[in-house]
Design a protein around this ligand. Structure first.
Ligand SMILES: Nc1ncnc2c1ncn2[C@@H]1O[C@H](COP(=O)(O)OP(=O)(O)O)[C@@H](O)[C@H]1O
Ligand SMILES: [Mg+2]
Length: 335
């Protein structure tokens, strides 16, 4: 290999584009001198192409990085902001949930048409269902569909970090909702219920619930989506539940949904359809999150063993292991 090729590689690694192109031209000249005219022409054409690209102004239609919406400094530590790019199509949902979410997206996308006719789009959603069924993922997918930033607040962490000031912190969040359009996820709403049993928290919880209730009465002029997610519907105050435009219930997947989740997760490691059907009883009762973990553990083994296929038997074992894990956890918690 000639020293020029090494120098060429080096300039690329160093990010010295001018040097890179100039070395490429030198290589072309060398090729030409040695009679390889065609090769020389190809390299020159490539260099020309690279130069043309450099000169071209960035096309305005090209989508640059979307600036990450930053929460105000005083919200730091309670709100995590992100710009999800996934949509609802990456989720396996029951027909009912899928059509309800599609309708929310439609109303949000055409909110001007609604407002022009005296209607307002659905903005407040309550997602209820067991852990790992896609509540948090739904908030991400909705933000992705609507090209809005997602602001996620985990109530449990606000409670534990800012005990006594939780409602004040939430007040700041609500102020932001009034100013900046986005998807706001009040995640792990169950934190309120779990703490209710600890008697010294009762006052605090009442204050927090009142703050949330009060906020939900405020006009939401940005039409921001406000989503609350909880594992446990019982803890919800009736007064609170009434303020939501939609209460959407998530359930564990049925046989077909479980198969679809597993198949999607297997990606290029598909197993025959019949083998997948035979695993139905091992999938039964597992949440989408647990199914995903089981699949991931066998695909990781396949990747690291340099295998292009996975054995249905290995998947069966991984699914059974998830069941065992869940049962053990349940027993420990006295459930
Ligand atoms: N309905 C679903 N379709 C596809 N994957 C799902 C679904 N629900 C959950 N998952 C998988 O499980 C993971 C955890 O789900 P998550 O949204 O955090 O559940 P929850 O918030 O209801 O506890 C997701 O990141 C995704 O990989
Ligand atoms: Mg969640």
């Amino acid at each position: 290999m000639s020293a020029k090729v090494i120098a060429l590689l080096n300039s690329h690694i160093e990010g010295d584009n001018e040097q890179f192109l100039s070395l490429a031209l030198q290589l072309a000249a060398q090729e030409a001198r040695e009679g390889r005219i065609e090769q020389a022409e190809k390299v020159k054409a490539l260099v020309q192409k690279a130069r043309d690209r450099q000169r071209q102004p960035k096309s305005s239609s090209a989508q640059g990085p979307i600036p990450l919406a930053r929460p105000r400094a005083d919200l730091e530590g309670i709100v995590a902001s992100s710009y999800p790019r996934t949509g609802l199509c990456g989720m396996v949902l029951s027909d009912d949930v899928a059509s309800r979410l599609a309708s929310v997206v439609r109303q949000q996308n055409q909110r001007t048409a609604l407002r022009d006719n005296g209607q307002i789009p659905a903005t407040h959603l309550l997602l209820v269902g067991p852990p790992g069924t896609g509540k948090t993922m739904t908030a991400e997918a909705l933000a992705g569909e609507l090209h809005l930033p997602l602001f996620r607040v985990r109530l449990e962490s606000v409670f534990s970090r800012f005990f006594g000031e939780t409602s004040a912190k939430l007040g700041l969040l609500f102020e932001q909702i009034a100013q900046m359009r986005g998807v706001y996820l009040l995640d792990e709403f169950d934190a309120l219920g779990a703490r209710r049993s600890e008697s010294n928290d009762v006052g605090e919880i009442r204050r927090v619930l009142n703050a949330i209730l009060g906020f939900m009465e405020l006009p939401n002029s940005t039409d921001s989506l406000v989503i609350a997610a909880t594992n446990c519907a019982e803890m919800l105050d009736e007064a609170l539940a009434r303020r939501f435009d939609e209460v959407i219930e998530y359930t564990l997947p049925n046989k077909n949904a479980a198969k679809a989740i597993v198949a999607a997760r297997l990606g290029k490691f598909q197993i025959p359809k019949r083998a997948l059907t035979k695993l139905a009883s091992d999938m039964d009762g597992l949440s989408p999150a647990e199914l995903g973990r089981a699949v991931d553990s066998v695909t990781k083994d396949a990747i690291l063993d340099n295998r292009s296929q996975i054995e249905p038997q290995a998947l069966a074992k991984a699914l059974q292991a998830r069941h065992a894990f869940r049962n053990k956890f349940r027993r420990q918690n006295g459930r």
